[in-house]
Design a protein around this ligand. Sequence first.
Ligand code: MG
Length: 257
Amino acid sequence: MIIIKSEREIELMAKAGQIVASVFKNLKEVIRPGLTTAYLDSLAEKIIRDQGAIPTFKGYGGFPGAICISINDTLIHGIPSENIILKEGDIVSLDVGATYQGYCADACRTYPCGKVSDEAKRLMLITEQSFWYGIKFAKIGGHLGDISHAIQEYNEKNGYSLPREYTGHGIGTHLHEDPSIPNYGRANHGPILEEGMCLAIEPMVAQGKPYTRVLPDEWTVKMRDGKLSAHYENTIALTKNGIRVLTTYEGEEINNV
Ligand code: MG
């Protein structure tokens, strides 16, 4: 069941969203070779808690970190660790959730660590662009499949693939609500989009084949072929005035298409 949010609820989610975005604004400047992912995690947790929110992922299903930090061929759900040290050329995805007064926001960015390859830059760019392209198709009265299809089309025409096991999702008082939002699909199919829906749309994009495996820690999802992967996500609200993106910060560089 898709839960429709009131304007008041969307304002609370927007507040949560600005807390998530503040983590990106801060950590983007901090990422550099030699830091551990545990250090980035501790900074993120402090930023979230200092603003009166809770890091949504901490303890979610037993997840040990405050945020997920996934490097290079780790697609998602990387566990922050003292043993994972950033190195020059890595691409680092930060998946961040914050819960504020009971309402959640969820977003992800993939950032370069130092100087990265042109291939890595292109993967990050296309992944982000596919989000912005996809939400052009998020229209009240349209179908959810219109968004999924657009994300799939944009990435595939650029030579990338989309792992199918992991999807975006509705979001509200719970991190994961209906509907699930695949990064592939058919236009004119799926649920009808309505005012008050809040959706976490999150292209997870592979440079190589789309097949993944989960490490014995039961969280870390890696690409089987060891090639790069990137992730970009925002929480959006469908309002009568159009799409409202809740998890970008003022002045953030956006690679729209
Ligand atoms: Mg999400």
